[in-house]
Design a protein around this ligand. Sequence first.
Ligand code: BEZ
Length: 245
Amino acid sequence: METVSEKFGTPMPRIGDQAPSFKAVTTQGDIDFPKQYAGKWIILFSHPADFTPVCTSEFMTFASMAKDFERANCQLVGLSVDGLYSHIAWLRTIKEKIEYRGMKNVEVKFPLIEDIKMDVSSLYGMIQPGESSTKAVRAVFYIDPKGTIRTILYYPLSTGRNFEEIYRVLIALQTADAFSVATPADWRPGDEVIVPPPGSCGVAKDRMAGGKGIKCYDWFFCTKKITKQKIFDTIQKKKKTRKKK
Ligand code: BEZ
């Protein structure tokens, strides 16, 4: 009988899987992924093609936010099914010629992988033939400091991503890990977070009675406040301890 991989090709990575490893050539030199970024969060993202307008707007926006991602201990790594010289020429054009929405002289300092043979894009399920068999869709993989995939987002070719949302998800994941909480709809740092469900009838009753800074909408839906300052201080502390290791 055919195996799943024989029938459908390499299975796409899923949330909770170890990030598949690969070596690649990039605009910042060769990389050994994800090994060389161990201890950091990684956002691996693909775009359909160099020298295209939506991708240009995305790269300018992402590169302009690079400092925020760096502060959050997150390495950005881009990819498209183009060659290294195309990448270099496109990034030079962005820096030297394009002014868009108040952004200009934007230098893309994070690595951009060349993937002419589609090795990496196939490994990560970024080629989705119903959309395009020659271009990667707009995929975003969040990989944690232990190399586990924690979130995957996919967008079609025609829709530019919201990079505030991409940043928000990163901080939500880091907050969930640091404080053992979950984050509700439309959460932003400083908003109330959701505490884990009670493990016993006694705890459920205590929670409903109030106190300990916990507010319940019902016994299974309780929240507490964590300030924005505390969240960002904790992220910084974790970044420093990881660097020391
Ligand atoms: C763009 O980035 O503008 C784009 C790329 C591929 C297909 C459609 C749009």
